[in-house]
Design a binder for this molecule. Structure first.
Ligand code: GLY
Ligand code: MN
Ligand code: MN
Length: 437
């Protein structure tokens, strides 16, 4: 697919407008550092989400400078061409080609950033930066301000404010444009196919890591660049460990398998969880818990529409789960009292969802001016109620070690919502059609 710089340029212009509305100035946005894994080996490189959102540029050792004055200027700092190193590490654009291909106003070697910064910041009102996110960036700004102050007798003045860039940028990232949604739909479709494949594959005697390999094979063969987060493949009691990522255990007949896995496509995450029987049907108690979580998810979906507070879907899920736990005899007391006192948290201890986008737990505030923010079209949120029943003396044995989470990715639309991950089976009948096939 040919690269289209237009969506990225539009975002830079929009950010610059927001910066001008805040008095104008200069934003400095570095990408993520490379990370050593061990010895002579690095983790696969992943760019910074905010930097990528504004640039489309995926190379390490780069920074974007956006100047919001009377006009907007976007400058890229990146690695220079280096034919010898490119033999080892592969192609790099270099400033000239990057400037042309990605549509910046100018581009320079990254090694010149520190030297050029004092001139870029001189006589500007404000520096916009992700404050505290990177020691290197914080120090770079302080050095540049000191350099300007040292030249004060020449009549230039340093910026008088450093503002949190993410306040502006995260708000933009919360509302997905058409280009982003198209990418998120691809990530969702691939992830749904991978979950279907896992349901067909998981059988007693197979190991969690074998199922993980099936899932991730489906991700990669379909063009995803990576899992968006470490895949959770948790059989039986392991499903009650919320962040279980060992994925080493053997699957046994009669167990449920909880898979929380999603791929990343061109920077964008999918995040899906399914909980299904290993090569068979749900037992009675498993099915009771599963249907309860499914009902909680349906209640949560019903609370997703523009104008609704973004906390309402969690409250809806908690209401259904608590009522169901009382009906099953797993909680005692009044539903209202159990909700008020948080009694349900023994079995449901996490939130019902989060924004989704370039980061799996994506940018964007949940509260504005002390209130739960209203949902609005263009936001993408996960809906992931669950119940986790560990073995305990006060719980009937038939419910021991049942862990169920059902997670889907939902776009808020002008009329309500659209579930992006419907192609991953969710009903008991649709799931058993695959687990019994
Ligand atoms: N997979 C991470 C989450 O569901 O939040
Ligand atoms: Mn999630
Ligand atoms: Mn998840």
């Amino acid at each position: 697919m040919t690269f289209d710089p237009a969506p990225f340029a539009a975002r830079r212009n929009k950010l610059a407008d927001a910066m001008r509305a805040a008095g104008g100035g200069v934003a400095i946005v570095p990408t993520a550092p490379r990370a050593i894994r061990n010895g002579g080996s690095e983790y696969a490189y992943r760019y910074d989400s905010g930097f990528f959102y504004l640039s489309g540029f995926r190379e390490p050792e780069a920074a974007l400078v956006i100047i919001a004055g009377d006009t907007t200027q976007s400058l890229l700092f990146c690695r220079e061409k280096n034919p010898e190193l490119e033999v080892w590490e592969g192609f790099r654009y270099g400033p000239a080609a990057a400037c042309e291909h990605f549509g910046f106003d100018a581009a320079y070697p990254i090694g010149e950033l520190d030297a050029r910064l004092p001139d870029l910041l001189a006589d500007q009102a404000t520096v916009f930066s992700a404050i505290g996110a990177s020691e290197e960036q914080d120090q770079r700004i302080i050095r540049a301000l000191d350099a300007i102050k040292a030249r004060a007798r020449s009549g230039i003045t340093p910026p008088t404010a450093i503002r949190e860039l993410r306040e502006l940028l995260d708000e933009m990232r919360l509302f997905k444009d058409a280009f982003e949604l198209e990418t998120m739909r691809r990530a969702a479709a691939i992830t749904c196919a991978a979950h279907r494949r896992a349901m067909r594959f998981a059988r007693p005697g197979r190991f969690e890591y074998e199922v993980q390999a099936e899932l991730e094979h489906e991700f990669m063969r379909s063009g995803a660049q990576a899992p968006a987060y470490t895949s959770i493949v948790a059989g039986g009691a392991n499903a009650c460990v919320l962040h279980y990522i060992e994925n080493r255990a053997e699957l046994r007949a009669g167990e449920l398998l909880l898979i929380d896995a999603g791929c990343e496509v061109d920077g964008y995450a999918a995040d899906i969880t399914r909980s299904f029987p290993v090569g068979g049907r749900y037992s009675g108690p498993q099915r009771a818990i599963y249907e309860l979580v499914l009902a909680a998810q349906a209640a949560a979906f019903a609370a997703l529409r523009p104008g609704e507070p973004c906390s309402a879907f969690h409250d809806a899920a908690v209401g259904v789960l608590t009522r169901g736990l009382v009906d099953l005899g797993l909680l005692q007391g009044s539903v209202d009292g159990l909700i008020e006192a948080g009694g349900y948290k023994r079995f449901y201890m996490h939130n019902t969802g989060h924004w989704l986008g370039l980061d799996v737990h994506d940018a964007g505030r949940y509260r504005l001016a002390g209130q739960s923010r209203p949902l609005a079209a263009g936001q993408v949120i996960t809906v992931e109620p669950g119940l986790y029943l560990r073995a305990a003396g006060d719980i009937p044995e038939r419910f021991w070690n049942i862990g169920v989470r059902i997670e889907d990715d939902v776009l808020i639309t002008p009329d309500g919502h659209e579930i992006l991950t419907d192609a991953a089976p969710r009903s008991v009948a649709d799931i058993e059609a695959l687990t019994c096939s």
